[in-house]
Design a protein around this ligand. Structure first.
Ligand SMILES: [Zn+2]
Length: 89
């Protein structure tokens, strides 16, 4: 009789463990699911100098709800001075 009770409690504790696992896994995967690069650049070429932009460009500027990338900070500064001159819509 004692053995049966021990076996039953073991099964119950195992069941409890397997129930908890999916919940904890779900929480831990959420931050990793977010992409490293959140913004998508509106341009493929630097509006200031015409050079190709890398998708992970650090020099970016927001203009009319879009994100523009630049090859360098100086190109970004040129764009920010007069964005309308570079963006044709
Ligand atoms: Zn440039």
């Amino acid at each position: 009789m004692k053995r049966l009770i021990f076996g039953l409690s073991l099964v119950l504790s195992l069941a409890a463990c397997s129930e908890q696992k999916p919940a904890s896994e779900k929480v831990s995967t959420e931050p990793a699911a977010a992409p490293a690069i959140a913004v998508k650049l509106a341009n493929e070429k630097d509006p200031s100098c015409g050079m190709a932009i890398s998708p992970d460009a650090k020099d970016t500027a927001h203009y009319k709800g879009k994100v523009y990338g630049f090859c360098s900070e100086s190109c970004k500064n040129e764009f920010v001075k007069d964005p309308a001159a570079y963006v044709k819509e």
